[in-house]
Design a protein around this ligand. Structure first.
Ligand code: C2E
Ligand code: CA
Ligand code: CA
Length: 395
């Protein structure tokens, strides 16, 4: 399994490392036997005996502190060093909460087995890094806790933003966008709590709440539109889309509010199709068979493979707002939008351009045969009652 070159041979009695040495690798025993000893009050005591196939010194793969014990070969022993660089990358990518917990546990362990004062164990740079990590973790853990409280105290709100027919401006559909009305901090944007909720999986419960509330509100919201088949759009997170209960949840909510299924549109991003393509395809087909429709959100920001655009049962393409912002200024953005619209139409999809703020952009998009638009030019996202007050019972 290992290259001859990687191996290190230790004669009987030779030390692999001593307590106090700075550790930078772990060791795998290929053959032979080692003992792990510690020194206390001038006395040496053996704490472990290990042989072929076992690993020691592994804490050095995670932190950068001195060894807490001495290891020596009891007979001719062959070892393979495992360098820290192998796990550095994995650790850097791991969740900061897990990384922090691991470091806290290691520190506790080290404080029990070493007599070296902990301030001497850390370099100033390491202390700073740890302090930053600790701060971030504390912020995340308290935010996660506050999200749980927000769910039970009903602190989430849905705001609604019209999606309009570009030419005559009539409201064709309405997108539900979540906000957190924090009792102290005020209104919090979804981008400030949804990414964490996704990591902690709290997004599942938030997503169910959103779906339920949007369908419940739809009965009154629907009255502000005057088109034949208006719809309410609900955003789905990647995690919800791989949940085995999603189809049943959607079915139950449609039934609960006696909602015509074609009036519910679910918005998803490309992430889920890239990460779990087959699983997502199955779920999306089941959703379609319930009669609801699907929209691909933020088109142009992800992986945009032709392959899944063809294979997935998506009825609407939503072009990300970053393109609308430049469509009038950059020929490149204009070309991207033109070809995206053409592609969507050739696949039988209709198109919503997001983030329309000016009449110029609206006019350009009409020229490109884009059907729908969403953005501040038409309206911002507002609470249900404000929207009803603004548009009355009919537009
Ligand atoms: P999104 O789905 O792309 O939603 C559109 C975002 O663009 C909204 O931001 C909306 O307020 C903003 N917007 C609309 N028109 C304009 C415009 O003309 N100019 C500019 N600059 N912005 C405009 P918001 O409400 O902050 O939502 C941000 C993102 O959070 C959403 O992006 C969506 O990905 C996510 N999100 C919101 N609500 C939910 C939810 O209930 N569930 C899930 N999973 N995600 C949600
Ligand atoms: Ca969306
Ligand atoms: Ca979007």
């Amino acid at each position: 399994m290992f290259d001859e070159f990687d191996r290190k041979v230790y004669a009987a009695g030779r030390h692999v490392f001593d307590a106090g040495d700075i550790g930078d690798c772990a060791y795998l025993i290929v053959e032979g036997q080692i003992e792990v000893v510690i020194h206390e009050n001038g006395q040496e005591s053996r704490i472990s005996l290990m042989g072929a196939g076992e690993m020691f010194g592994e804490i050095a793969l995670i932190d950068q502190k001195p060894r807490t014990a001495t290891v020596r070969a009891l007979e001719r022993t062959v070892l393979v060093p495992i360098q820290r660089s192998l796990v550095d990358d994995l650790l850097a990518k791991s969740d900061p909460i897990l990384r922090h917990l691991l470091l806290v546990i290691l520190e506790r362990f080290r404080n029990q087995v070493t007599t070296i004062p902990s301030q001497h164990l850390f370099s100033p740079a390491q202390s700073d890094q740890h302090a930053v990590l600790k701060k971030e973790v504390t912020r995340k853990l308290s935010l996660a806790h506050a999200i749980t409280r927000a769910l039970t105290h009903e602190e989430f709100r849905l705001y609604y933003q019209p999606i309009c027919n570009l030419e005559h401006g009539h409201i064709a559909g309405i997108e539900a966008l979540i906000r957190w009305e924090h009792p102290v901090k005020g209104l919090i944007s979804p981008m400030d709590f949804l990414p964490l909720a996704e990591q902690t999986k709290q997004i599942r419960e938030i997503g169910l709440w959103t779906l339920d509330r949007a369908c419940r509100d739809w009965t009154s919201l629907k009255s502000i539109t005057k088109v034949d088949h208006p719809f309410v759009s609900v955003n789905l997170s990647a995690l919800q889309l791989t949940s085995s209960t999603l189809v049943e949840d959607v079915k139950a909510v449609i039934h609960k509010y006696n909602m015509p299924p074609k009036e519910l549109k679910l918005e998803l991003t490309e992430t889920v199709m890239v990460e779990s393509p087959e699983e997502a395809l199955k779920i999306l087909n089941k959703l379609i068979s319930l009669g609801i429709t699907l929209a691909l959100d933020d088109y142009g920001t992800g992986h945009s493979g032709l392959d899944y655009l063809q294979r997935y049962p998506i009825g609407t393409m939503k072009i990300d707002r970053s393109f609308a912002a430049y469509v009038a200024k950059s020929p490149q953005s204009l070309e991207i939008v033109r070809s995206s619209i053409a592609l969507a139409h050739s696949l039988g999809m209709n198109v919503v351009a997001e983030g329309i703020e000016t009449e110029d952009v609206r006019a350009l998009l009409i020229e490109l045969e884009c059907e729908f638009g969403q953005g501040w030019l038409f309206d911002k996202a507002s609470p249900l009652n404000d929207l009803i007050a603004r548009y009355g019972q009919t537009q």
